[in-house]
Write a protein that binds this ligand. Structure first.
Ligand code: ATP
Ligand code: MG
Length: 254
């Protein structure tokens, strides 16, 4: 059975999508079968893999509307080896459409029931807001990966996330934080280092040793539709995500 991991943090621009994409492709390069799921109407993950969300036959939208159909019909094989359930423009409207549906938080979980057996890792990329999509991601996964942006208020967002996890545990009792990834570290200042130390003091071994630096190549890569490992394989960003993939493998093994 594959590990289902969701990126989470109810804050925009902390590196959820970058981590999903870069970690996912690194794991594929290690021979793992990886499925990425774009649950964000912004479709950044989909576009980062060079897929146009406006030209899709099926997306995660149809998966949520028909969870009994599984996911294979909406899964694309990408040029870089990861499979993707893309997001589409229609997803924005699905929030309202799903609002009245019974069991609406469990749609993705239901859809993934069979899918889990076909992959080593399934990584879910939710939007920044805590709505129906984020709840579906948290209800469907085994563990949460938390990107922690190393700035002054980094730790402030954690109580809210922990509260959300506690709530979702009512429908997904074994849900837990699987790991915290320090991201957007700025080596030119001491502040990043100080915050990192605080995060490690508070969360101990939950925090991955690998720290993802601020690296402009990581911001450029999705604009050309390439994962960092192809766009700039020797960049600090690519090396960091490769190291993170190794750590994840040690944690979750086979
Ligand atoms: N380590 C990094 N170094 C430089 N730029 C980065 C890094 N990580 C992410 N970025 C850039 O910062 C922006 C936000 O990152 P990303 O899209 O991964 O965050 P997010 O948490 O998914 O945001 P949202 O909540 O809006 O979905 C993007 O433009 C991305 O390319
Ligand atoms: Mg994102």
């Amino acid at each position: 059975m594959g590990h289902v991991l969701a990126l989470a943090m109810q804050k925009g621009g902390v590196g959820k999508t970058t981590t999903t994409l870069s970690l996912g492709t690194s794991l594929t390069e290690r021979g793992r079968r990886v499925l990425l799921i774009d649950l964000d109407p912004q479709a950044n993950l989909t576009q980062g893999l060079s897929i146009d969300p406006a030209e899709l036959e099926y997306s995660v939208y149809e998966v949520l509307l028909n969870p009994e159909k599984g996911t294979a019909f909406a899964t694309l094989t990408t040029a870089v080896g990861v499979d993707l359930i893309p997001s589409s423009l229609e997803l924005a409207g699905a929030e309202l459409e799903l609002a009245g549906k019974v069991g609406r938080e469990l749609l993705l979980r239901k859809a993934l029931r069979e899918t889990r057996q076909r992959y080593d890792y399934i990584l879910i990329d939710p939007p920044p807001s805590l709505g129906i999509f984020s709840l579906n991601a948290l209800a469907a996964c085994d563990a949460v990966l938390v990107p922690m942006q190393l700035h002054a208020y980094a730790l402030k967002a954690m109580p809210q996330l922990e509260q959300t996890i506690a709530l979702v545990q009512e429908i997904n009792p074994t849900l837990a934080i699987g790991g915290i990834v320090c991201t957007l570290a700025d080596r030119r200042t001491n502040l990043s280092g100080q915050i990192e130390q605080q995060v490690r003091e508070q969360y101990g071994t939950l925090v991955f040793e690998t720290v993802i630096p601020m690296n402009v190549k990581l911001a450029e890569a999705p604009m050309v539709g390439l994962p960092i490992s192809r766009y700039a394989p020797q960049s600090a960003g690519a090396l960091a995500y490769a190291a993170l993939a190794d750590e994840l493998e040690t944690r979750y093994g086979r």
